[in-house]
Design a protein around this ligand. Structure first.
Ligand SMILES: C[S@@+](CC[C@H](N)C(=O)[O-])C[C@H]1O[C@@H](n2cnc3c(N)ncnc32)[C@H](O)[C@@H]1O
Length: 595
């Protein structure tokens, strides 16, 4: 078993055959357990073809389910998008879980990104955060140095010996939507093994023989004239509102349009998308997306980054005017910290008419060596499992260990800039590696890259470094000026992303810091002391019990920890080792790679 559910109360799984959709509705009428539907997969050439009538089938299921039920649909991104649109009012959206496909078969020339994931769309009939068992995924180990793939640094005492908390990207089980998905079903049976449920009903919809229908043919690439931007409109940053500024650009003139819009997350984030603020947000999004589609050259790509729930809605608009290319899953967070952690963003890629062969896959990207860490390569991601410890990277390099994998639409080797000291003064800037990869995949040198929410300039700066022309639109004068000054740094041969690479110290943070605390007793020692007391009592101690049993004064606990939860972090977990528990032997074998 590749996971561990803390309550260990697996649901009974009932496999039910259904000859026709009406029977499905009868089988689940009033059922208040977990209902799992498997949809048929599609051929890679049909990734933009949706299943005919699937929205109404799943909508009837959702209506018939009991009021405490959970509904999970396993399917291709295009089907999950359309199903969610049909469900939005009647049931609450909870999660989009991206599930990795079986290893890809190598060989052959590729001209489009391979689709390396399918999805589980989770909704509930109850209107509250998702209820499930705390579930952990086993640690993975670097095949080169034998240590955990992720570096847990000095916090190993607060982790669990089994593994990390589960996130919404499952890469540890290789499976095909159309193949044996027993491990996925088993995981959901454990994951939802909570008090309120006892049964999971699994329905395989493949025997229904649903047909796939082609999307409307939007644009005939060959019939569109491209337009070369005049010199005066090349490579510039524009201070202004994106809608107004986009309207000034000519049709068919941009080679890659990118948008990382404000996410509107100040509004209530739940599946009920019928409040006015959300509909206004999407009306606005539809307008700038339509403008991006207008100015895009035929065969080129428009990419929009957002959280999966909002990406679903963008998809519905984009497929009306453009052709679906890829649902890129970007796993942006390295450390799940609570129950199921939303760890990914979607980068929706649509082309104007038929997509051209991608320059990044045909060798036309002209990728040059810019200031990026040695472990990162735009077009050849790190292979699964290899770690990012500097000493291991150095040894792999000197011993020429091949640690590169294939570029697909599942990206997990680029992390968000989490630390203030690694950011310039903008709250949500993207890591440059993400833009290097997108720009290198979708454009050739000299082509025009546009970002209509340019922020601190990550897109235009990356394009500049990669010898592309660029246009960046930003409404805030402060961010616009910041981006301007960073472009000047490139001209002076400085790396505008040097902060993102810096080694962190308390001194280099741009924000005012708390006064430096010198700990008379290390925090780790205090956390381990609480763990010792918890073991003695058989439960987590409260503050009074720590006063009674600890050999350290309570003032240390009060002063050094932001919350009692933080003080008890080690007591709630087992602590972990960087090496597999079972194995000195295994470790030796792994180290052989270096010998
Ligand atoms: C999510 S941030 C983009 C960050 C950017 N990708 C980076 O790495 O720095 C969104 C940006 O859009 C800008 N913005 C918001 N509304 C805008 C509008 N109507 N026109 C242009 N920019 C806008 C915000 O000021 C913000 O800088």
């Amino acid at each position: 078993m590749a996971h561990l559910s803390e309550n260990n109360r697996k649901l009974d799984v009932k496999y039910i055959l259904i000859p026709k959709p009406g029977d499905l509705v009868e089988e689940i009428r009033g059922f208040s357990g977990v209902c799992l539907l498997r949809l048929p997969p599609c051929e890679p050439s049909e990734k933009a073809y949706k299943l005919e009538g699937i929205e109404s089938i799943v909508s009837s299921v959702a209506n018939a389910l009991g009021k405490e039920a959970t509904l999970i649909i396993l399917g291709e991104p295009i089907d999950l998008v359309h199903i969610h649109q049909g469900l939005a009012d009647s049931i609450r959206y909870q999660q989009w879980i991206a599930i990795k496909r079986s290893p890809l078969i190598e060989g052959g020339e590729l001209s489009a990104l391979l689709c390396n994931h399918w999805g589980a769309l989770v909704h509930t009939k109850y209107n509250a955060p998702l209820r499930h068992a705390k579930t952990r995924i086993k640690y993975t180990y670097c095949p080169a140095c034998g240590r955990t793939t992720k570096d847990y640094g000095g916090k190993k005492h607060t982790y669990h010996e089994y593994g990390t908390l589960i996130s919404d990207i499952w890469r540890d089980i290789d499976s095909e939507l159309g193949g044996d998905i027993t491990p996925i079903i088993d995981r959901f049976a454990d994951f939802f093994g909570i008090e309120q449920y006892c049964e999971l009903r699994f329905f395989d919809l493949r025997p229904l023989g649903l047909k796939r229908i082609a999307p409307p043919h939007n644009i005939e690439t060959g019939k569109q004239e491209s337009y070369d931007l005049p010199e005066t409109q090349e490579s510039r940053l524009i201070l202004g509102d994106c809608l107004e500024e986009l309207q000034k650009l000519p049709d068919n003139s941009i080679d890659f349009a990118f948008a990382d819009p404000p996410y509107n997350l100040k509004k209530k984030y739940c599946g009920y998308m019928d409040d006015l603020a959300i509909s206004e947000y999407f009306e606005w999004c539809d307008k700038w997306i339509s403008e991006l589609a207008r100015i895009l050259r035929p065969g080129r790509t428009c990419a929009v980054l957002n959280i999966p729930l909002w990406a679903i809605r963008h998809f519905i608009h984009m497929e009306k005017i453009l052709d679906f290319q890829n649902w890129i899953v970007w796993e942006a967070l390295g450390f799940p910290v609570r129950f199921i952690m939303p760890a990914h963003y979607t980068i929706l890629c649509f082309s104007k008419g038929k997509a051209r062969n991608l320059p990044g896959l045909t060798g036309e990207a002209g990728v040059k060596d810019i200031f990026i860490p040695q472990s990162f390569n735009s077009l050849e991601p790190l292979a699964e499992l290899f770690c990012l410890r500097a000493d291991c990277i150095r040894r792999r390099k000197s011993l020429q260990v091949n640690d590169r994998g294939h570029l697909t639409d599942l990206w997990w080797d680029i992390h968000r800039l989490k630390h203030n000291a690694r950011r310039v003064d903008h709250p949500c800037q993207l890591p440059p590696q993400l833009m290097y990869r997108l720009i290198s995949t979708f454009t050739k040198p000299g082509e025009v890259v546009l970002d209509c929410f340019n922020g601190a300039g990550t897109t235009t700066l990356s394009a500049h470094q990669l010898d592309r022309r660029y246009i960046g639109i930003e409404i805030s004068e402060q961010y616009h000026n910041l981006a301007e000054s960073r472009h000047k740094e490139i001209i002076l041969s400085l790396n505008p992303f040097r902060k993102a690479e810096r080694t962190l110290t308390a001194k280099n943070s741009p924000v005012p810091r708390m006064p430096k605390v010198s700990y008379e007793v290390p925090k780790k020692t205090l956390q381990l002391e609480i763990k010792r007391i918890a073991k003695k009592l058989g439960r987590l101690p409260n503050r009074d019990e720590v006063i009674e049993h600890s050999k350290y004064s309570i003032r240390y606990y009060d002063e050094y920890f932001a919350s009692w939860g933080e003080a008890c972090a080690a007591a709630r977990t087992t602590g972990m080792s960087e090496y597999p528990l079972d194995t000195l032997e295994k470790r030796k074998t792994q180290l052989n790679l270096f010998e």
